[in-house]
Design a protein. Structure first.
Length: 279
């Protein structure tokens, strides 16, 4: 429902009246008020849908009221119950989401993906100040376009690093399916996936969990998480309680040994110099 309503908004430029043409082209019934649950498909051949280029979407002005009207219409066309529509609208209003945040953005998710594939650079997608719904949407679209482009072009190796992974890789989240596909098929195209979290994600998508080959872990927020990690990689003789800052274990394919390997990171360049000098 959300995806259809968003594309209807983009295709219509945020005009609810023009959005009806988009729905008619999809074959949805013209007047849902006559019988919301009678039929969702019109008779006859659907109209041709003109697909706009993603670059054109940057020129669309986002307004909350217009989008909500299109969202209501979309859900009604799809025969959603009035109570369901009311719940979705209420969640939207309570979230405080302001779609005006999309106005004036310099890059589309597709353009961000192109910058990474075509340029010799690292890109950081900072979503820390965005509502969760926008985080899901932007991350999903960016990785989707990146994955499609990599499959077409191939070439350079790419590593996708997702922080706060419990919000994106857990079963049922909008981003889990694309991350699951990359975890399963990414190695074939030179794409690596690194998921970072302050605790082990117990509800991690099964498709992602089954394709984990290496785990780095230090002090865990919940001691019982070590039992969950042991289901994926070796964790024998691990004492997390004694770990100091900068120490962590690595277990899995990256570690040639059959037991976790203790490693240390250096927080500063000065400390690296002192350690190498034997001081």
């Amino acid at each position: 429902d959300i995806e259809i309503s968003i594309y209807a908004y983009l295709a219509s430029g945020g005009n609810p009246e023009e959005a009806t043409e988009f729905f008619e082209a999809l074959g949805l019934m013209e007047d849902y008020r006559k019988s919301r649950r009678y039929s969702l498909v019109q008779s006859g051949k659907p109209k041709k849908i003109e697909i706009a280029e993603p670059e054109e979407f940057k020129n669309v002005e986002w307004k909350n009221e217009e989008y909500l009207e299109i969202l209501r219409y979309t859900m009604a066309l799809l025969a959603r119950r009035n109570t369901t529509i009311a719940k979705v609208i209420m969640r939207y209003l309570v979230s405080g989401l302001n779609l005006a945040k999309f106005n004036g953005r310099r890059y589309t998710p597709k353009e961000v993906a192109e910058l990474l594939v075509n340029g010799d650079r690292s890109l950081v997608l900072d979503l820390s100040n965005e509502p969760m719904a926008i985080k899901w949407s932007l991350l999903k679209d960016t990785i989707k376009f990146l994955w499609e482009r990599v499959q077409e072009k191939g070439g350079d190796r790419i590593a996708i690093i997702v922080d706060e992974a419990q919000n994106y890789a857990s079963a049922g989240t909008p981003t889990a399916s694309i991350l699951e596909e990359i975890a399963r098929r990414g190695r074939k195209f030179g794409v690596g996936l690194i998921l970072a979290s302050q605790r082990w994600v117990t509800d991690l998508s099964t498709g992602i969990r089954n394709n984990i080959n290496t785990v780095f872990f230090s002090q865990l927020a919940v001691e019982s998480d070590i039992a969950e990690i042991s289901k994926v990689v070796a964790t024998e003789n691990v004492d997390l309680s004694s770990l100091d800052k900068g120490y962590f274990y690595v277990s899995g394919l990256l570690n040639p040994m059959r037991k976790p390997l203790l490693l240390r990171t250096f927080p500063t360049v000065e400390e690296v110099v002192k350690t190498n000098a034997g001081k």
